[in-house]
Design a protein around this ligand. Structure first.
Ligand code: KG4
Ligand code: ZN
Length: 336
């Protein structure tokens, strides 16, 4: 069975063709991502209106490319899937309307997919043996969520950010240090050069919840940088990067520790989202799970950031459950 999947919730226009065999194993036949990073870089962040226009320009071309790479025509496709929440509303609408038109014209079932479930589903591609229940930790430019995944379709949000997303805080800190948008990956690298990491406050909210607040740690970094600039001293860029990454990662470990203490029925952790590419976070989670005797699943680096293969992977479960939409399908900025 084959699914053609689309993703346009932020600044990547993506199309992919996936096949699920009789054994349930998911194979990615094609996975095309048209990134708008270069377009938005000069503005230091994603400009929603520009993103929507760029999606509109790219989506037809990448659809042909995805089908061609997979060696398929629309006749070989059994269903069309699309991210319809959450994300930038104008950006989401581009792929939603495109997918609706394709599904209607070719009489294929249309499957709406939640973007966060998509990020988690990237792990079903990389780890065919993965089965719920497990705890998911999703961190990207727009989300930071701790999720109880009861089964592939039932995700219960048990912790999140009260302000900035984890990736957003990486990008903002990187930006004030003069790194091009999105600076998360560059900050990740620079942190390895820090010999004397500067201490920053934790992003783990000091209360009984599983929540984060990344704005405090970000502000502490910005204040330090401004102070050092005013005093004319040399910016300890690598030590700032190392301290920031250390504070961010240890906050995640703190809240995940509380998560597993309170959910003793859970024995596996699944990492997902753009920030899942962070090498310091990956290393820390390897140690954390080993110490607690938990299984750890992390996506390959190419499936951490936004892509349509992960949307297709989540869509197989929606297909099995008969969760189909008609041409009235809408897009939502928030998670539904
Ligand atoms: O999942 P994604 O592609 O898009 C959203 O759904 O937001 O995530 C993009 C985010 C950006 O904030 C980017 O800086 C961050 O993921 N990111 C990283 C790394 N690679 C990407 N953050 C920290 N370390 C990395 N290596
Ligand atoms: Zn994402």
């Amino acid at each position: 069975m084959r699914i053609l999947a689309f993703e346009s919730s932020c600044d990547e226009t993506a199309a992919a063709v996936l096949e699920r065999g009789a054994d349930g194993v998911i194979t990615v036949l094609s996975d095309i991502v048209a990134s708008q990073v270069a377009i938005h870089a000069k503005f230091g962040g994603v400009v929603p209106e520009i993103a929507s226009r760029a999606h509109s320009e790219a989506i037809t071309g990448i659809t042909y490319e995805a089908l061609e790479k997979a060696g398929c025509t629309m006749d070989d496709i059994d269903a069309v899937a699309v991210t319809n929440n959450p994300g930038l509303i104008g950006a989401l609408l581009v792929a939603v309307n495109f997918a609706k038109s394709l599904a209607y014209a070719y009489r294929k079932p249309l499957i709406p997919v939640n973007h966060i479930k998509g990020h988690i589903a990237a792990n079903y591609i990389c780890h065919p043996e993965l089965k719920a229940p497990f705890i998911g930790f999703v961190a990207s430019g727009g989300h930071t969520s701790i999720v109880r995944v009861e089964d592939a379709r039932t995700h219960v949000l048990i912790g999140g950010t009260r302000d900035d997303a984890m990736g957003e805080s990486f990008d903002k800190v990187a930006r004030v240090m003069g790194m091009p948008y999105p600076g998360g990956a560059a900050l990740d690298k620079l942190a390895y050069e820090g010999k004397d990491p500067i201490r920053f406050p934790s992003a783990a909210v000091r209360d009984d919840t599983l929540d984060f607040s990344f704005s405090g740690i970000k502000t502490a970094v910005l204040n330090l940088i401004n102070r050092e600039r005013q005093m004319g001293g040399e910016l300890r860029r690598a030590d700032i990067a190392a301290g920031f990454v250390q504070a961010a990662v240890s906050s995640v470990i703190t809240k995940l520790g509380m998560t597993f203490d309170r959910n003793p029925d859970m024995h596996a952790l699944v990492l997902a989202g753009g920030v899942a590419a962070n090498s310091h976070l990956r290393e820390a989670l390897v140690k954390f799970t080993a110490k607690r005797g938990l299984k750890l699943y992390m996506p390959e680096l190419r499936y951490c950031g936004d892509n349509a293969a992960m949307i297709g992977a989540a869509a197989f479960f929606e297909y099995d459950a008969g969760n189909f939409a008609d041409v009235s399908l809408n897009a939502y900025a928030y998670s539904v």
